[in-house]
Design a protein around this ligand. Structure first.
Ligand SMILES: [Zn+2]
Length: 193
């Protein structure tokens, strides 16, 4: 106990803080710096709680990053948002871990968002030219509760079946053993820890 115990608690408390700080920083970066075809997934495991942060260029998810204009584009965004709210169908953990989703928050973050409110009616076509070089990302934050997080030894990614334009996913896993990063791709959609 003593110092060791204290250090352990400090570290455990720090995991979610670290992951949150990393993403807060990303909010300030230019969305234009994201790489089309490359999404990111950060998974923090603390005891039997799992927090996941996901970010993907709009190109990977719906094939465009301008504001949805046609009925077809709007439907694509709505369907993608709905599908992203079910993370365990996209990122599959071993059944023995017994994980369930306790919260799922999914958003589209776009450059110049104040001028392109997703709720706004866009009947005027005057702005459409400006929309072409805008970047946008789908971002999600998930919380899972697992029966036995020690069983989280592998992840399978049907994500690539659902989102055919997504080619790679940079996965970072943070747990009590430290941090590890690896890429999964549409050709190799399986991760072993
Ligand atoms: Zn982009």
């Amino acid at each position: 106990m003593g110092l060791h115990h204290y250090a352990g608690r400090l570290f455990a408390a720090g995991i979610f803080a670290v992951i949150s700080a990393g993403y807060a920083e990303e909010d300030h970066r230019e969305l234009g710096s994201h790489v089309h075809g490359r999404a990111t997934l950060a998974i923090a495991v603390e005891a039997n709680s799992v927090q996941i942060e996901f970010a993907a260029p709009g190109m990977d998810i719906v094939g465009f990053e301008h504001e949805a204009e046609t009925a077809r584009q709007k439907r694509a965004v709505e369907t993608a948002l709905a599908d992203l709210r079910e993370p365990l169908k996209l990122f599959v953990f071993p059944e023995t871990a017994g994980c369930t989703v306790t919260s799922a928050e999914v958003n589209v973050i776009a450059e110049d968002d104040e001028h392109h409110d997703a709720e706004a009616e866009t009947d005027d076509t005057a702005e459409t030219e400006e929309l072409d070089d805008r970047h946008a990302e789908f971002r999600a934050t998930y919380a899972l509760a697992c029966a036995d997080a020690a069983q989280l030894t592998s992840i399978y990614f049907p994500f690539f079946d659902r989102f055919a334009e997504a080619h790679a996913l940079a996965v970072t896993i943070i747990d009590a053993d430290g941090q590890s990063s690896s890429d999964v791709t549409s050709d190799y959609r399986h991760l072993e820890r």
